[in-house]
Design a protein around this ligand. Structure first.
Ligand SMILES: NC(=O)c1ccc[n+]([C@@H]2O[C@H](COP(=O)([O-])OP(=O)(O)OC[C@H]3O[C@@H](n4cnc5c(N)ncnc54)[C@H](OP(=O)(O)O)[C@@H]3O)[C@@H](O)[C@H]2O)c1
Length: 301
């Protein structure tokens, strides 16, 4: 028995990694493909689609015909569209899809702090609606893949979660030195997600799983310590308070900069201990050797 998997969001940061791993494991799956909309595309988008190493399906995201023949749908779409995916799943279930992965790939949304953060609201509502569908139809199931912060994102210059200065000798970080944080590399998230679709891990379509994968779990000060050791010099870190983040958030709201409000809310989760995963599934996936933070630092700096 092998499964057919359709991916939505194959050009995205994490979706592109999932697409690459679907290509890697396609011998163990019946069919693997990614979905793009029938809406008019642009040359830039077409160039990105051409790079995705699996079959392309073009279809209306809300039309059941698009999903006919697939068993599993994985969504890895931009946060702004998390509620759209429920319409996609309804169409997919109507066509016979039996297991879905909503776009998650972050903190544990059941954490009491995370559940109050503005950035998590859409994902929590999407979970609620999906779980309602699953209560009514015992034959369908879902997987929430939770990952902590993407370790390779932290060090990308334009993301710079650590708030490092240009010369990397100082940093302004929203968070506390002793807060604990889980991070995972996007390559490993892609691999883990695809491994979890194989029959050896997904025994029955109507399983309802939360799967946590980790690369490293350390105190924030230890994340800085690894960077400092690699660079060969100390980093003078100023830890910004939670209160300062709310002041900043109000300023951004006044300027209607909603993306900054959302990102600030993510950073607060990361910096104050709400982005730490419990009960990670790594030991049930011996095929996966997840990169540590130290390895990511060496690779990226
Ligand atoms: N934990 C972390 O550190 C972290 C960091 C980043 C992201 N994430 C999470 O990872 C997930 C994916 O984020 P990402 O950054 O990888 O996304 P992204 O790079 O913004 O990717 C967007 C993808 O979504 C597709 N898309 C956009 N609008 C869509 C719509 N209305 N319907 C269907 N597809 C649409 C795009 O396809 P087209 O190119 O065809 O438009 C593209 O492939 C999110 O849940 C996000 O919260 C977590």
């Amino acid at each position: 028995m092998t499964y057919s998997v359709l991916l939505i969001g194959a050009t995205g940061d994490v979706g592109s990694k999932i697409a690459a791993k679907l290509a890697k494991y396609k011998g163990q799956l019946k069919r693997v493909a990614f979905l793009t909309s029938t809406a008019k595309s642009t040359p830039e988008k077409e160039a990105k689609y051409a790079e995705v190493p699996i079959e392309r399906v073009v279809g209306d995201f809300e039309d059941p015909e698009t999903y006919r023949g697939f068993d599993i749908v994985i969504c890895a779409i931009h946060d702004a569209f998390v509620l759209d995916q429920i319409k996609y799943f309804d169409a997919a279930f109507a066509a016979g899809v039996k297991h879905v992965y909503p776009t998650e790939f972050g903190a544990d949304l059941t954490h009491p702090v995370v559940s109050k953060e503005p950035y998590a609201v859409g994902k929590i509502e999407a979970r609620k609606q999906l779980e309602e569908r699953a209560r009514k139809d015992q034959s369908i199931g879902y997987t929430y893949v939770i990952t902590g912060m993407f370790s390779d994102f932290i060090l990308r210059p334009h993301v710079n979660v650590l708030g490092l200065s240009e010369d990397r000798r100082s940093a302004k970080f929203l968070g506390a030195p002793d807060a604990v944080l889980t991070t995972t590399h996007t390559e490993d998230i892609g691999e883990f997600t695809v491994l979890s679709t194989l029959p050896s891990h997904l025994k029955s379509f109507n399983e309802r799983r939360t799967l946590a994968v980790e690369g490293s779990t350390h105190k924030v000060s230890e994340y800085f310590g690894a960077v400092s050791r690699y660079l060969g010099h100390p980093i003078d870190v100023e830890y910004l308070s939670r209160e300062s983040s709310y002041v900043y958030e109000e300023e951004q709201k006044a300027q209607r900069n909603l993306e900054a409000v959302r990102y600030n809310s993510v950073l607060r989760t990361v910096g104050f201990g709400a982005c730490v995963l419990q009960d990670v599934a790594n030991s049930s996936y011996p095929e996966l050797k997840a990169r540590t933070w130290e390895e990511t630092v060496k690779q990226m700096l």
